[in-house]
Design a protein around this ligand. Structure first.
Ligand code: 5AD
Ligand code: SF4
Length: 472
């Protein structure tokens, strides 16, 4: 569907609000929870709100609007939101702070019900499919002085051309698809983000070309399932037009690889079941595509994987890793792992440890299974007691940390190509950047190196970063 008109309507609201806000020096504060897709959505929210005439503040006490972009993948985000809302009640009473909550959590009825009941002072609730309508929601909330609930439960469209305020001038995220059709049994995402739909090749390529012109060096392609880009469209005969030969994820990587000015391409997250040979070949062939592949494992046990509806076995995952290692020189891997999925036994958990030992990941994001209302996992009867989940988590963490330490040691003495991102946060006399494998390296250097690729000799390793020296 062509959404140009909807975007135009929002531009009109932006203009009306901008005029109303002129000279008022209004400020907004934003809290973003969750994944890189949410961060990218927040950049769009910031783009809209800054056009409306608000500038960003890190202190909610100074803000005229407090915005929350929520995540619901795990329970701890809920506790965080409710804690913050409790704190904001006073600011609402004292100075009429406008409070707007959006994102994934708002697609869950039990959460919006709780907000309406326990935090009735919240002004705007908006969901994942109505983010683009934020200017209109804000206009109505402030002009008509009423509570707005703008949440729909259908699959959203893709809205092109929204303003965007990016966090970095060097690295940019580009969403290539929305939604997920996989229904892993632990995961809430398909229920809150709807079915998979891909952006058109033309809009993605044009966005990346534009970013290259603006001086961006690194692009991260985002989606819940990036390597099934355009798969649903092909299966369901949904029309899309090819652009610069792009008709799949592999051809998208190849097309972006040709864009002058872009020096690095990353992507998250792919699904192992869709990791076809053409994608492996594209990664190997394209010199700008980083050789770090994030390949979510979730569990190393075939029975647990089946219960999770992941559609691959332990052996298939390991075979895929072997194939990548054979075909992609210098490949490195990172992963996501959940411990304590319902029914997981100690022996089954050992398989996860076994895969971690075999693959030797560069980075492991570890999660304790969190029950999500509405998912099949929540209804399973054999939930693992909290205490056992924590024990398994600690055991995995210990193994992962010892392996990372070992991996880090191997960097010492090597020369690494690093994209310099800025001053180090902890020590502003140092610069910070990342290797192809996404390791943070700090080093001494002139500030004019920011945004450039440099060759660094790694001189020492620390748990979460490496220390380097300019090489030559
Ligand atoms: N509990 C714990 N971790 C989860 N993830 C997704 N859903 C859950 C859940 N219910 C993890 C998965 C996914 C990552 C983004 O979050 O590992 O890859
Ligand atoms: Fe969730 Fe699985 Fe979809 Fe990832 S692939 S978003 S884990 S359902």
């Amino acid at each position: 569907m062509d959404t140009t008109n909807e975007v135009k309507v929002q531009e009109e609201y932006i203009e009306k609000l901008r005029k109303r806000n002129e000279g008022k020096n209004l400020k907004y504060n934003i809290l973003t929870m969750g994944c890189q897709l949410n961060e990218n959505d927040s950049e769009k929210l910031c783009g809209m709100i800054e056009k409306i005439g608000y500038s960003k503040t890190d202190s909610v006490k100074e803000a005229d609007i407090a915005l929350f972009n929520t995540c619901c993948v795990r329970e701890n985000a809920e506790d965080k939101l409710f804690g913050k809302l409790g704190e904001l009640k006073r600011l609402k009473e004292e100075k009429g702070l406008i409070i707007a909550i959006g994102g994934c959590m708002m697609q869950e009825k039990h959460i919006t019900d709780k907000i309406k009941e326990s935090y009735p002072f919240v002004d705007i609730l908006f969901g994942t499919h109505t983010l683009y309508k934020f200017p209109e929601d804000l206009y109505r909330a402030t002009e008509e002085k009423r509570k707005i609930e703008d949440i729909i439960d259908v699959d959203g469209e893709i809205y092109e051309g929204l303003p965007i305020k990016r966090d970095s001038k060097i690295k940019a995220s580009v969403t290539i698809m929305n939604g997920c059709n996989n229904f892993c049994t632990y995961c809430i995402v398909p229920y809150v983000r709807g079915r998979e739909r891909s952006r058109s090749p033309r809009s993605i390529i044009e966005e990346v070309k534009h970013l290259a012109k603006e001086g961006y060096k690194e692009i991260t392609l985002l989606g819940q399932n990036v390597n099934s880009y355009l798969k649903v469209e092909k299966e369901k005969n949904i029309y899309f037009s090819e652009y610069e030969g792009v008709n799949s994820f592999a051809t998208l990587l190849r097309a972006i690889n040709k864009i002058d000015g872009i020096e690095r391409i990353r992507f998250v997250s792919p699904h192992p079941k869709d990791f076809t040979d053409d994608v492996i070949e594209a990664i190997s062939d394209c010199e700008k595509v980083c050789k770090l592949i994030h390949l979510p494992l979730q569990s190393g046990n075939t029975k647990v994987l089946k219960e999770m509806n992941r559609k691959y076995s332990k052996e298939q995952y390991l075979d895929l890793v072997d194939k990548m290692k054979a075909k992609i020189p210098n490949v490195t891997l990172s992963t996501d792992i959940i411990v304590g999925f319902p029914g997981e036994t100690d022996e089954e958990f050992e398989d996860t440890l076994d895969v971690v030992r075999k693959v030797k990941f560069e980075q492991v994001y570890m999660f304790i299974y969190s029950r999500r209302v509405g998912t099949p996992g929540d209804k399973m009867e054999n939930q693992v007691p909290e205490e056992i989940k924590h024990k398994r988590f600690d055991k995995l963490k210990e193994l992962v940390e010892s392996e990372i330490e070992e991996k880090n040691k191997k960097y010492v003495g090597t020369i690494q190509k690093v994209l310099v991102e800025g001053e180090s946060k902890n020590n502003i006399s140092m610069l910070t950047g990342r290797t192809d494998s996404n390791k943070v390296v700090i080093f001494e250097g002139d500030k004019n190196l920011i945004g450039k690729m440099v060759m660094l000799k790694i001189v020492s390793e620390h748990m979460w970063y490496l220390r380097g020296e300019l090489n030559g």
